[in-house]
Ligand binder design. Sequence first.
Ligand SMILES: NC(=O)c1ccc[n+]([C@@H]2O[C@H](COP(=O)([O-])OP(=O)(O)OC[C@H]3O[C@@H](n4cnc5c(N)ncnc54)[C@H](OP(=O)(O)O)[C@@H]3O)[C@@H](O)[C@H]2O)c1
Length: 454
Amino acid sequence: MAAPYLSRLSTVPRSTWSPAPSLSALALSKPLSIDRSRGRTSSWRAAACAAMLASAHACSRATAQRASRAVRSGSSSAGLTTCAAGDVPTFHVGLVGYGLVGQELVKQMIKEGPKLEEKIGVRLEIAAVSRSQVMALLPSNSFSFLADGWDESKEEPADLEKLGQHVVKAASSSGGRALIVDNTASDSPVELYEAWILAGADVATPNKRAGSGPFPRYEKIMAASQKTGARFLYEATVGAGLPVVGPLQALVRAGDEIETVEGIFSGTLSFIFNSWKPGVKFSEVVKEAKEKGFTEPDPRDDLGGTDVQRKVTILARELGLQIELDDVPVKSLVPEKLQDWEAPGGQKLADAFIQELEAYDEEMEKLLDEAEKANEVLRFVGAVDVKSKSASVKLGRYPKDHPFASTQFADNICAVSSKWYTPRPLVVQGPGAGAAVTAAGVFSNIMEVMNGMR
Ligand SMILES: NC(=O)c1ccc[n+]([C@@H]2O[C@H](COP(=O)([O-])OP(=O)(O)OC[C@H]3O[C@@H](n4cnc5c(N)ncnc54)[C@H](OP(=O)(O)O)[C@@H]3O)[C@@H](O)[C@H]2O)c1
């Protein structure tokens, strides 16, 4: 029999649940010139414009306040000094990453933009879009550039600093506001967040790298946002389109005291444990998940739990824990012997890995049988415990009437226990992956800022 690789399972007794960059120097070495010159030399003009904005209702009060604040601090932020009375405030959006989520977000923006302009009086404009190698910096009113497909004639080599400058300059020229959306899974854009925010641009992202990367970088991004009032928004990093981060922030702001946050944060692992029933081999379920397109090209990326570890780190920081990714222990579902295993030449990695996994089916079946006998289910859960300042990611056992046992298909679920949400937790459940819902999560952040602009 295979050696046991899942030595301990956490079990949840009924009684316990039911009640309950430092890059700035580099980025700013190419100053965002329009903002800078205005901030330094024309502060009286900027102050006058800010006052005009407030009285003319051309831009929002928040916008005028940001302009005033930028002027007071003499900082380069906001870029809001040329808003003309009577203009519709414009939200200039720079998109970094044009893959599944990026393209879906563009579709949603193109479809909903005109309606939003009518409803809330703020124009949405795509000012720039970048892929890994190429980008396009767009003039005003360029929705059609993307509506008609990617126009290669407008392409130039990708340069994210230049992209940031272009978007901030567009906002500065129109008196609107700038936002950069990072729809990549890369660290490169994250290295620029602080500089973008210091230049007055909001940043929205489903990319987990900032929230789960080095804590000092995260702290600098947060400090930049505090300093300039430009927002750092990342609802879609946990639970994709599900409202998890926002409600948590709102509860904390309103004075609630969060005790624990736990949940199923991987759509792939949710599907696997929702589908796995006695009599079915674990490797067969992983195979089905792969065939349905739920797994990464290397299924170890899902079974290893790193994605959940990132999400748990983001939530832990949200709750005030100063932790690094490595402070969150993960009980990987990848057998130790297969962690550094490589597929034999000529074989497809995923298929060969699933075949190797068959040797562990018996051991996994035992876990499932034990859970069944206790009228419990197995779920791969990430948790943050505020009191003990700890977080973890592991396979646990939950009673069949626990909210985590009711997940279906590839649902995510998040349960928040707090001073107010007790003895029953606040539960958010639904699809937690897929380009459409993830883009919708990013779009909800965009609309949040737009609402503040009117
Ligand atoms: N898809 C989902 O269901 C889902 C769910 C939740 C969260 N997310 C998160 O959403 C983000 C995007 O996911 P996705 O599925 O859209 O990924 P994707 O399809 O792989 O697209 C990634 C995009 O980012 C671009 N890119 C990569 N590195 C870049 C760089 N340094 N500068 C500029 N662009 C760069 C890629 O450029 P090329 O076009 O040149 O390759 C591509 O356009 C990720 O952080 C992911 O974790 C996705």
